[in-house]
Design a protein around this ligand. Structure first.
Ligand SMILES: *Cc1c(COP(=O)(O)O)cnc(C)c1O
Length: 425
């Protein structure tokens, strides 16, 4: 099975939980913690390197999982890093990622941020035509080794989830191709430092066809630019994308499927005639994570259990339950997978507001206080979207490594009530 489609099964989750319960990282008082499977993440990065043309820079989206220790492992495995803010550029540097392997993509870059990115030499994608003017002004005062591209909105549709869609007509991202094709081409004639095109369509709810449509648009635009400006583009950044499997019947395409589609529909994009950049986030990270959270109380009359992570960790499932769902399992206090008759259970978090529900009508065996709820596929857009509502502490995150023998390392310590006092002071 493809390493992107292979998920951490409930049996493996139970074995990892038992290992964690014996480790120093999890104590009697621990109510929840996350695991990130570093071996799996490394395999996925290596698989991207094997499937895409050599020399492709796979810059993982930091916002999917911003833990510096995770980023460091990713960089060591050969990934670059994609930053959505100047702060994320600093996270990438803290993870010892080389500047030329960092991609800076914020839609709201200030002049100071642009200058600092140019000084560092990170790859920079402008989000608009006015941003190009700012870059030109900066470059009139300094020299830089940065590669610079511009983000294009290919307007190839919104996908099935409006709130996370980035390539509809009304998106704030990129220069709209339908309106501004000639200005885009003119920009490449005007600015010799502009050498790349960037597109990012989104992942969950997006089809392979949408991603390929975007690639075809970009390839056409590339040809028009190269004809008009009489020079070759250096790079095309295809952005992130590729959905991930959250529920049993989800069958997302693999990077190999994606590559095959690109070869068929936009062959000149992948023939080695220019550098490729990708910015996968969710598809690499989501399936590397599992969360364990103790069952604290039962409310049998409502078929409900109350546990220690809720809308703080799983913001999208809590606020947009129709679109975002995780799969769950239940282990007993010693980490053994609970089996037996299942009934529909409501999973409520610890926050003091009634929308703090992370699972509805979830089939689970009978729970009791002290059991561990297993939340699958929590490696992306979870701890990185942590909400401070009700001031709960971020749980610890442990790294799981399968070799040489299964072991756990600390990736981030749990916050404490004292950290929260500091946070709000
Ligand atoms: C969020 C984002 C990504 C990562 O997207 P996934 O959906 O996690 O693959 C890549 N590029 C840009 C510009 C982004 O904003």
């Amino acid at each position: 099975m493809d390493v992107f489609q292979d998920r951490i099964g409930t049996d493996q989750a139970s074995r990892i939980l038992q290992l964690a319960l014996q480790s120093e990282g999890v104590q009697e008082a621990t109510t929840s913690f996350l695991i990130h499977d570093l071996s799996r993440m490394q395999q996925r990065i290596e698989s991207l390197q094997a499937v895409f043309p050599p020399n492709c820079l796979h810059a993982l989206a930091i916002k999917a999982n911003p833990l510096v220790a995770v980023l460091r492992h990713a960089a060591q495995a050969g990934a670059g890093l994609e930053a959505a803010s100047i702060e994320e550029v600093h996270l990438a540097l803290a993870a010892d990622c080389r500047p030329e392997r960092i991609v800076f993509d914020s839609p709201a870059k200030t002049v100071a941020e642009i200058e600092s990115a140019l000084e560092l030499g990170v790859l920079l994608n402008a989000n608009s035509l006015p941003e190009l003017e700012r870059i030109e002004t900066c470059l009139s005062r300094m020299t830089s080794t940065s590669r610079i591209g511009i983000r294009v909105n290919p307007e190839c549709g919104a996908g099935s989830i409006a709130e996370t869609s980035v390539a509809s007509k009304t998106s704030k991202f990129g220069v709209r191709l339908s309106e501004h094709r000639s200005q885009l081409i003119a920009a490449f004639e005007k600015y010799s430092w502009l050498t790349g095109l960037h597109v990012h369509v989104g992942s969950q709810g997006c089809s392979l066809k949408m991603l390929a449509d975007a690639a075809v648009e970009i390839q056409t635009l590339r040809e028009q630019i190269e004809a008009a400006s009489q020079r070759k583009l250096q790079f095309i950044d295809l952005g992130g994308g590729l959905p991930t499997a959250y529920l049993g019947d989800d069958t997302p395409p693999s990077p190999a499927d994606y590559m095959q589609t690109l070869r068929q529909r936009a062959p000149k994009l992948v023939d080695g005639s220019l550098d490729l950049v990708t910015e996968f986030g969710r598809s690499v990270q989501a399936g590397c994570g599992i969360t364990f959270s103790k069952v604290e109380y039962l409310r049998p009359e409502q078929s409900m259990l109350i546990t220690h992570v809720g809308a703080d960790l799983l913001m999208r499932p809590a606020y947009m339950p129709a679109n975002w769902k995780h799969a769950f399992a239940l282990c007993d206090a010693s980490g053994q997978l609970k089996e037996g008759a299942q009934s529909e259970t409501t999973i409520a978090g610890p926050l003091c507001f009634s929308g703090d529900i992370i699972g509805r009508q979830v089939p689970l065996p009978a729970a009791q206080p002290g059991d561990w709820l297993v939340i699958r596929d929590t490696g992306a857009y979870t701890v990185g979207m942590w909400s401070r509502h009700c001031s709960r502490s971020i749980p610890s995150v442990l790294g799981y490594q399968a070799t040489p023998s299964p072991n756990l390392v600390s990736l981030r310590q749990a916050e404490t009530p004292q950290s929260m006092v500091q946070f709000w002071s």
